[in-house]
Design a protein around this ligand. Structure first.
Ligand SMILES: *[C@@H]1O[C@H](CO)[C@@H](O)[C@H](O)[C@H]1NC(C)=O
Length: 379
């Protein structure tokens, strides 16, 4: 009904009359005839929202219960749409790949209202195997192909596996997002990455809090990416990579700053796959505070093979223009862990800046190789 009348209005306004043989609904109105605000809720809220998404300037998702095996799909939004989550959004249980939520578009504003929660109740899938086996687990949120968009104040609880996948984005700011999968520490959560970023540019993530069991942030490729004012707890730390062997193997200009990593396997980790090509350049870690680190305070490796520090490092995926500065981690590493491990290929690492790095508590790693002269594995 809505489409019909707006098409007619448009046709009349434009002075264009369709010949009787033409279908009536052909013109696409250039004026914004979207309903100003549409609210969806309950068990048919997701399907209705997906169906009507292009016709609403603001979409309010209020206590939506997404049925099992389906995506809350907002991948066909009109430009400049606002999406607001209210109350608790839930998802039914099914073994499948997901994603459970997908949002795509230009100029999109996504917000969590006060007290709103996105709760996929991942504990129903947790079996300690993550994406490596056991139950097939859905990925949670594809923030793919968003440009000039923002996501603010989302609170996400207990994801089955990876939480937020950022891919194909240009101009995305994520502010004050909490991802709390901490129940998975005791409950079999695995591969519950916070943010996985690939093939994106101009991404800013500020004030994020991530409680999980895998990378807090993992950047596989992308340009101009900043993570600041964040807290990472329970997982594998602030990671670049693994880089190599994908369609996009360039990481260029990435900054991690003023953030805290605690109760994690690693603090800072850069993983380049051995035998692969690509580049990791212009990465900065600055103002990072580490505490309760189990394995490595700082780990930089060109011999990642799916596991850390395996085999011979190679140089065709160089790590250049790397800055590691103002890292506070005195006594941060457990006595069975290693403070700093750097393993580079013979010409793989160059133009590094390294200052005010204080990471202690664990052992020195004694198999460091080709460490640039400004840096050191000795603590
Ligand atoms: C070092 O990092 C800490 C923690 O983010 C910050 O408060 C402090 O201002 C930084 N110091 C310098 C000299 O940049």
């Amino acid at each position: 009904m809505f489409k019909l009348s707006s098409s007619l209005l448009f046709a009349l306004a434009a002075g264009v009359l369709a010949s009787p043989a033409d279908p009536l609904i052909t013109a696409s109105p250039t004026l914004d005839k979207r309903a100003s605000s549409c609210t969806f809720s309950g068990s048919d809220g997701a399907a209705s929202a997906s169906k009507s998404q292009a016709a609403c300037a603001t979409i309010v998702l209020s206590d939506v219960a997404v049925p099992s095996g389906t995506t809350l799909d907002l991948s066909d939004l009109a430009d400049d749409t606002t999406v607001i989550f209210e109350g608790t959004t839930t998802w039914g249980y099914e073994e499948w790949d997901g994603p459970l939520l997908q949002i795509k578009g230009n100029g999109i504003t996504v917000k969590g209202a006060s007290g709103a929660k996105l709760n996929p109740d991942g504990a129903r899938w947790w079996d300690t195997e993550g994406s490596n086996g056991g139950k097939t687990k859905p990925k949670f949120f594809y923030a793919h192909d968003l440009s000039d968009s923002s996501i603010t104040d989302l609170y996400i609880e207990n994801t089955p596996i990876q939480a937020v996948s950022i891919n194909g984005c240009d101009g995305l700011t994520i502010t004050d997002m909490t991802i709390d999968s901490s129940a998975g520490d005791a409950g079999g959560g695995h591969n519950t990455d916070g943010f996985d970023i690939g093939s994106s540019s101009n991404v800013i993530i500020t004030g994020a809090k991530v409680y999980n069991q895998d990378d807090c942030v993992a950047i596989n490729s992308g340009t101009d990416i900043t993570f600041s004012g964040g807290l990472c707890s329970g997982g594998h730390g602030l990671s670049i990579g693994s880089v190599g062997g994908r369609s996009d193997n360039t990481v260029d200009t990435v900054t991690f700053e003023d953030s805290e990593v605690t109760k994690s396997d690693n603090g800072i980790r850069i993983k380049a796959k051995s035998g692969e090509t690509g580049e990791i350049k212009g990465v900065t870690y600055s103002g990072i505070t580490l505490s309760s680190i189990n394995k490595y305070g700082i780990l930089i490796e060109q011999n990642y093979d799916g596991g850390d520090l395996h085999g011979d490092p190679t140089s065709d995926l160089p790590i250049t223009d790397l800055t590691i500065k103002n890292i506070s981690g005195s006594g941060a590493v457990s006595s069975s862990g290693h403070n700093i491990a750097i393993v580079c290929g013979s010409t793989g690492c160059s133009d590094w800046t390294w200052s005010s790095v204080d990471v202690t508590g664990g052992e020195d790693y004694d198999s460091c190789q080709n460490v640039p002269s400004v840096a050191t594995c000795d603590t």
